[in-house]
Design a protein around this ligand. Structure first.
Ligand code: SAM
Ligand code: SF4
Length: 329
């Protein structure tokens, strides 16, 4: 079994966007009540007393939109100051990043992934479910500011949806030529919007690579914190291209992560809704840290028995009770 040392921490299930593939309009989402969110203090206790002693040293802050979490800069500073923290990163939609990038960097954050599904402001607007003013420019400003401040690697996440943004693959890939940006194409998963998934399906990463290869060529490459992505490079480009192919190539045997939801549920796998631990309740009921560490070790053994293919089993739709924004994608 792989060493599991990486925890994705959802800080909040709310978001200022409603991306079609994640929180489609019309979906009723039961937001976590404020009193049920793990507090910063509880989160830090769990990291220090439970996760680190069991071997977790790498943490990613996500959501919902993590930059909506009150006191986010202080939280980043506290986690990055722990001597055992080897790596701290964040996944954000970038909307609030222009004003926060410098403070986050100063607090110790060095790696950030920003979602950017389109370079076309109108299309972007429709993807994020905003019928008002386009938010694309704010996100673009956030990306530029994160780059200026020195985030490295700076990764741009693109969920590829046929008929929505697949016409932009080459334009998005071209961003890596002049700047040291790392564009990652993610296969659309049947979590969050089954209707869109069933209607449009998903595009295998290899098809995208073929497009890019026939335009510029493609060589294998590497980037820090690549996780499950296969990394390539346009010859001579400053940045890289990553392909996250959880639909076409099951990479469960390489998985090194667990996910903690904003209300303290620890799930061993993105798609596993059984065998989770309710760490918030345990903490509030005074369960000892020794017991929690033992329960976490036990959960690590369950993790190796589940895999994406078993859960997904090749059908076009899945039936998951939580969206990516709730799980912490
Ligand atoms: N709000 C932040 C953002 O959008 O980057 C962080 C949370 S979001 C749930 C984390 C990642 O999950 C994003 O890169 C998003 O594109 C991805 N995601 C959400 N729903 C997805 C789906 N159905 N299939 C594939 N990726 C998805
Ligand atoms: Fe919000 Fe991120 Fe989900 Fe989009 S993908 S709705 S930005 S949580």
């Amino acid at each position: 079994m792989n060493r599991v040392d990486y925890l994705r921490i959802s800080l909040i299930d709310r978001c200022n966007f409603r991306c079609q593939y994640c929180m489609p309009e019309g979906t009723e989402l039961d937001y976590i009540l404020k009193q049920n969110l793990l507090t910063n203090e509880e989160l830090l206790t769990l990291i220090k007393e439970v996760f680190i002693p069991v071997g977790f040293t790498r943490f990613r802050l996500t959501g919902g939109e993590p930059l909506l979490r009150p006191h986010i800069v202080e939280l980043v500073a506290a986690i990055s100051a722990l001597p055992e923290t080897k790596d701290l990163s964040m996944t954000s939609n970038g909307f609030l990043l222009a004003s926060l990038a410098q403070s986050l960097y100063d607090a110790g954050l060095r790696r950030i992934n920003i979602s950017l599904d389109s370079l076309n402001p109108d299309r972007f607007n429709s993807i994020i479910g905003n019928r008002g003013r386009s938010q694309w420019q704010n996100v673009w400003n956030g990306i530029q500011e994160a780059y200026r401040v020195g985030f490295d690697p700076l990764k741009l996440n693109v969920v590829v949806i046929p008929g929505v943004n697949d016409s932009e693959i080459l334009d998005l890939a071209a961003l890596t030529i002049e700047k040291q940006w790392h564009v990652r194409f993610i296969e659309f998963m049947p979590i969050g919007n089954n209707e869109l998934f069933t209607g449009q399906g998903w595009i295998p990463s290899e098809e995208l690579r073929q497009q890019i290869r026939s335009c510029w060529g493609l060589t294998e490459s590497q980037v820090c914190g690549a996780g499950p992505a296969d990394i390539f490079k346009i010859p001579g480009a400053k940045g890289t291209l990553g392909f996250i192919s959880q639909m076409s190539e099951c990479f469960c045997d390489k998985c090194n992560r667990m996910r903690l939801s904003a209300d303290g549920w620890l799930r061993p796998c993105l798609l596993n809704e059984t065998g989770q631990l309710d760490l918030k309740t345990a903490l509030r009921e005074g369960v000892s840290m020794t017991t929690l560490r033992e329960q976490l070790k036990e959960l690590l053994t369950v993790k190796s028995e589940i895999n994406f293919k078993q859960r997904y089993s090749g059908t076009a739709t899945g039936n998951y009770s939580r969206t990516m924004s709730q799980i912490g994608g």
